[in-house]
Write a protein that binds this ligand. Structure first.
Ligand code: UD1
Length: 421
């Protein structure tokens, strides 16, 4: 199991390029199940979640070829079961994104209930309710979802809460349904918009993505398309938070300032200098960082996927910051690890109070989920002395070459590969 060995403190400074968004690439790859024609996807990040999904897609008959920096996916040999077995699904919750496309295209899908990050219960009831509203017969047996429909039929459906992958799953299914589907209370995340753009390039009729109401006029079939995945706002945002945490100066290339607005506003409020140009975003950490409360919420609110990194920042801020996590119920697992590095954090249910500023000191810490890992790595870069972050496989799920990017910014980070005993 790999670890990161970090010697701090260092001031992060320089230029770094955002990779393609993992959370936009995952549904884009599953859209290959909606068509017999090839999909050409550019800017797909080299991260473990993508490789995990490729294995599952391979099982479902999708042949993937990588040429000239693009992934070309084509379902050439569909397996008659249309099944996503537990072994291939358990490590990644987003595997459930194969359900909507398979059902819509093949009339049948059998998908294991997913696993994923240990950050809450994370049910998929909204995915299933949405597909049921489109006329699917959905049964839960032996840990599997079994869904059947001769052909899905357009309907009006309102999600009980905005769910990103839920919106994506039902939106994909609706593209091949007979008639019009109106989805209400949809997630408005940029990744949903990116998927809608891809589906439209394939010949779908999707409108309203990025708002709470998405309308899909079903078509008979979808065709080939070429599409570039949007930049990863969470990955890019992580380096920008690192700039402020280490009083550094980081320029993020190729990112969308509009998608990062909730973070950029916050960084300016805590006292950083934020400059946005057509090509890049430059963030400089000033002398003192102000403590500021934070509440996560669905887009366009502050993303839950940057909450852990923001908590690392608040350990070095002047005053007390209350961080409220409203999206997931168990997403403060980084708090006790930060405390091992000298932070003073008290967690009470969905709220954490961070008492700053506290000097951080290097320690051995354990990554518990994807974004918690990023938080601990940033803290290690800012801390005095040596930090070893264990269970880096969580980080590898979603950050492309993080140690290389951090090294380029001046951090002393090395990957230690430890053979499994
Ligand atoms: C996606 C992102 C993840 C991010 C999250 C919230 C991907 C691959 N992952 O996850 O990085 O942290 O959005 O921005 O895009 N819920 C239900 N029932 C459902 C679905 C969701 O109760 O059927 C609840 C969840 O438990 C959670 C909330 O809705 O409390 C939002 O979750 P959701 O948006 O679905 O997260 P994911 O799509 O899994």
């Amino acid at each position: 199991m790999d670890k990161f060995h970090i010697v701090g403190p260092t001031r992060l400074a320089g230029r770094v390029r955002a990779s393609g968004a993992k959370n936009a690439a995952l549904p884009a790859l599953t859209a290959s199940l909606l068509t017999d024609a090839p999909l050409t996807l550019r800017r797909v990040p080299h991260v473990r979640d993508i490789r995990t999904l490729q294995k599952l897609l391979d099982h479902l008959g999708v042949v993937t070829e990588e040429t000239g920096g693009a992934l070309i996916l084509r379902r050439e040999r569909p397996n008659p079961e249309h099944d996503a077995p537990y072994d291939l699904v358990r490590t990644m919750r987003a595997s459930v994104l194969v359900l909507g496309p398979l059902l819509a295209k093949e009339g049948h899908a059998r998908v294991s209930l997913p696993g994923g990050c240990a950050i809450g219960v994370r049910p998929i009831d909204q995915h299933l309710k949405g597909l049921t509203a489109l006329g699917a017969d959905v049964q839960l047996t032996h840990g599997y979802v079994e869904a059947t429909a001769a052909r899905l039929v357009g309907a009006r459906f309102r999600f009980d809460m905005p769910t990103v992958t839920g919106t994506e799953n039902v939106m994909m299914a609706a593209t091949l349904a007979r008639g019009t589907t109106v989805l209400e209370c949809c997630a408005c995340e940029p990744e949903v918009v990116d998927l809608a753009n891809l589906l439209n390039a394939m010949g779908a009729h999707v409108s309203g993505a990025g708002t709470e109401t998405i309308v899909v006029d079903g078509v008979e079939s979808l065709g080939a398309a070429e599409h570039a995945i949007i930049p990863d706002r969470i990955e890019g945002g992580t380096y920008l938070i690192g700039a402020v945490l280490t009083r550094g100066d980081v320029t993020l290339e190729g990112a969308s300032a509009a998608d990062l607005a909730p973070l950029l506003d916050k960084l300016a409020e805590v006292g950083a200098s934020v400059e946005v140009s057509a090509e890049d975003i430059r963030v400089q950490g000033a002398g003192d960082i102000q403590s500021l409360d934070l509440e996560t919420s669905p887009h366009p609110g502050f993303p839950t996927d940057l909450q852990a990194q923001y908590m690392a920042l608040m350990t070095r801020a002047d005053g007390v910051a209350t961080i409220s996590e409203t999206v997931f119920e168990n997403r403060f697992q980084h708090a006790p690890e930060l405390a091992r590095m000298g932070a003073d954090i008290r967690v009470d249910g969905g709220r954490a109070r961070v008492y700053g500023p506290k000097p951080l000191t290097g320690a051995g810490v354990m990554a518990t989920d994807l974004r918690a890992s990023a938080c601990l790595v940033l803290a290690g870069v800012a801390a005095q002395g040596e930090t070893v972050v264990d269970r880096i496989y969580h980080l590898d799920r979603g950050y492309e070459g993080m140690e290389l990017k951090l090294q380029k910014l001046g951090a002393r980070v090395a990957r230690w590969s430890v053979p499994m005993s």
